[in-house]
Write a protein that binds this ligand. Structure first.
Ligand code: ATP
Length: 235
């Protein structure tokens, strides 16, 4: 389990997160929703050690991740798929996947095979340069690259960005299935609240760096005020 306690993150004078507390559990998708600038990306960056909090704590089980080096956080089983996917266009699908396995102890051949079984389209395209993939295929590759290291926690930053509605819907189903079948703790950051709420178990809504709601996803999805004022889902 990931537990965030009273987290505050500043960038100079900008208070990006203010007293944020939340929990994300194994086998559940925790959606973190909110408008531009709400602090969603900062939350994921703090968990994976890319920014240091001013105060508060981030616990993986009973271990604090605060001020731990990013690579050590990754070794503890936290995989981060950044906004924009972070795959390397000039490398093949297979080489991108190999990079994902580098810092872990997994058997690379077995790891590759597992990802090709999970995402057959990546197996078909294994020798292709990543630059030739569609947006949806790149997102699958980014997730497969994170999963090859067999993480406990998967942090996904705006996976639906730039994808067609049908592709987004398939991707969300894949995230849900992965989470439940692998007992993964998934933190899914999305501006696309409608798609995320369809598959999330829990939803946390951020606004200007603070938590304005944290509840079962279906309760958040049916709250008219949250939909209207924070999620941009006008009925
Ligand atoms: P978006 O969807 O636009 O990325 P977000 O909810 O992910 O929004 P963050 O990117 O976490 O929000 O940004 C939270 C606040 O911190 C915003 O006010 C943003 O302008 C500011 N911010 C983010 N990164 C930096 C940075 N490197 N330097 C200064 N301010 C930053």
């Amino acid at each position: 389990m990931i537990r965030i306690e009273h987290l505050c993150v500043n960038y100079g004078a900008v208070k990006a997160l203010r007293d944020v507390s939340l929990e994300a559990s194994p086998g559940r998708v925790t959606a973190v929703l909110g408008a531009n600038g709400a602090g969603k990306t900062t939350l994921l960056r703090a968990i994976s050690g890319l920014v240091s909090p001013q105060s508060g704590n981030i616990l993986l089980g009973d271990r604090s991740l605060v001020r731990m080096a990013t690579e050590n956080i990754a070794r503890l089983g936290v995989s981060h798929v950044p906004e924009g996917r972070g795959v390397i266009a000039e490398l093949t699908v297979e080489d991108n996947l190999r990079l994902g396995a580098l810092a872990s102890k997994v058997n690379i051949a077995e790891g590759l095979e597992a990802q090709y079984q999970r995402f057959p389209v990546l197996g078909d395209r294994r020798k292709k340069y990543c630059a030739t993939l569609s947006g949806g295929e790149r997102q699958m590759l980014a997730m497969a690259r994170a999963l090859i290291a067999q993480p406990q926690v998967l942090l996904l930053d705006e996976p639906s960005l730039g994808l067609a509605p049908q592709v987004t819907s398939e991707l969300m189903k894949t995230i849900h299935q992965l989470c439940e079948s692998k007992n993964l703790t998934v933190i899914l950051v999305e501006q696309n609240a409608k798609s995320a709420l369809r598959i999330a178990h829990t939803a946390v809504v951020l606004h200007l760096g603070t938590v304005v709601a944290s509840d079962d996803a279906d309760k958040v999805a049916s709250d008219d005020d949250l939909r209207r004022y924070y999620l941009g889902l006008v009925q």
